[in-house]
Design a protein around this ligand. Structure first.
Ligand code: NAD
Ligand code: DAU
Length: 338
């Protein structure tokens, strides 16, 4: 298989690249990544660079010429590239519309012209908005609450329309919150772990009782891999939730991190709430389990602990990322305070 992986230098994308190169030594992987603040070449090892089946292309998914060229050299696409941080979308929504919606359009157009055999579109559970009562299911209404979530909803529905309109073999995943190594330290878990390691406050938005549905990144990778290789009649034109059904609040996660690192509760700092903050995300993965026999394999307790250890042991990886981003940090300070 020759796979174009967009956003392959980001958190989930780079974990997915490693997953594929290890599991399928004969697959060819082409990564297209703009190396925004979230894209990081340090996410690849020297061995990746020397692997003849791995090629990295530095470029933007809205660059039609480049995308058309790459598309001619692959038979499948896994589209991770996106602006992904909810807070940043509140600060500056334009980049989200450009990459998440327009960028997805450019890829879909190029894919339909190149007779691509499978286009896995990586959507998110954010498209549902609040999970009220039962966990969200694929047929539920889409009520995104942030500019990020709304942009991803646009992309999700656009991808589906290329199936209904042009028969492009699109399949869509809507995964819950991922955790694991290589996540940019602006998201809850890596931010709080690295802040705690530095004895800095952990900024809990509002009351901190908001819950998320946590999944280890490698379980997301195995689900995407199944969607990439399954028979077309099982997955094309379909949406699949991905979740390991592990709901935890921000305060639960904070307590786990503080305990693991032996840090005091006095580091917890309740700050202004996030505008449009989703109280609860929870998704029901039964459709994926039933259709493809997928099941999560990574236990939360064990792997959150391993994840915390990974950040503890890889300070050189995260420290330089935390030192960048002056303008965004200024906005965070203005909105959430010290
Ligand atoms: P990330 O922010 O860590 O990585 C995004 C990557 O996309 C970066 O490498 C960045 O350089 C690249 N990128 C951004 N704009 C680009 C552009 N215009 N052209 C080319 N590359 C560009 O994100 P992530 O957390 O790894 O998320 C990956 C995907 O998974 C996203 O589509 C996101 O919406 C989705 N998702 C994430 C989660 C999560 O918990 N992190 C959960 C569900 C779905
Ligand atoms: O649900 C899937 C989504 O999960 C993905 O689509 C997004 O790309 C990903 O960023 C993530 O979105 P969240 O908004 O859930 O993730 P974040 O880590 O930003 O926040 C998780 C929870 O923690 C949320 O309730 C807000 C809270 N939080 C977050 C940060 C960064 C805090 O209380 N303080 C913080 O400093």
């Amino acid at each position: 298989m020759r796979i174009l992986i967009t956003g392959g230098a980001g958190f989930i994308g780079s974990n997915f690249v490693h997953y594929i190169l290890e599991k399928y030594p004969d697959d060819r992987v082409l990564v297209l990544d703009a190396l925004t603040y979230a894209g990081n070449l340090d996410n690849f090892s020297k061995a990746d660079g020397e692997n003849p089946n791995f090629q990295f292309f530095h470029g933007n998914i809205i660059d039609e010429e480049l995308v058309n060229e790459l598309m001619r050299n692959v038979d499948t696409v896994v589209h991770f590239a996106a602006e992904t941080h909810v807070d940043r979308s509140i600060h500056e929504a334009g980049a989200f519309l450009e990459t998440d919606v327009l960028g997805t359009y450019v890829l879909l157009e190029a894919a339909r012209r190149s007779a691509i055999k499978r286009f896995v579109h990586i959507s998110t559970d954010e498209v549902y908005g609040e999970a009220e009562g039962e966990a969200s299911r694929e047929g539920d209404d889409l009520k995104p609450k942030s500019p990020y979530a709304a942009s991803k909803t646009g992309a999700d529905r656009l991808a589906w329309s290329y199936w209904t309109t042009y028969d492009l073999p699109v399949t869509i995943s809507r995964c819950a919150n991922n955790y694991g190594p290589l996540q940019y330290p602006e998201k809850l878990i890596p931010l709080f772990v690295t802040n705690a390691l530095e004895d800095k406050p952990l900024p809990v938005y509002g009351h901190g009782k908001n819950t998320r549905d946590w999944i280890y990144v490698m379980d997301h990778c195995s689900a995407v891999d199944l969607l990439l290789r399954a028979d077309a009649d099982k997955v094309c034109g379909e949406v699949f939730n991905v979740s390991s059904e592990c709901e935890k609040s921000v305060l639960d996660i904070t307590a786990i991190i503080l305990k693991a690192l032996g840090k005091p509760e006095s580091l917890i700092n309740h700050v202004e709430d996030r505008p449009g903050h989703v109280e609860r995300h929870a998704v029901d993965p039964s459709k994926l389990k039933k259709a493809l026999g997928w099941k999560p394999e990574y236990d939360f307790e064990e792997n959150i602990s391993k994840t915390i250890d990974w950040y503890r042991e890889n300070e050189a990886w995260w420290r330089k990322l935390k030192e960048k981003q002056a303008e965004y940090k200024a906005w965070i300070k203005e909105h959430y305070g010290e």
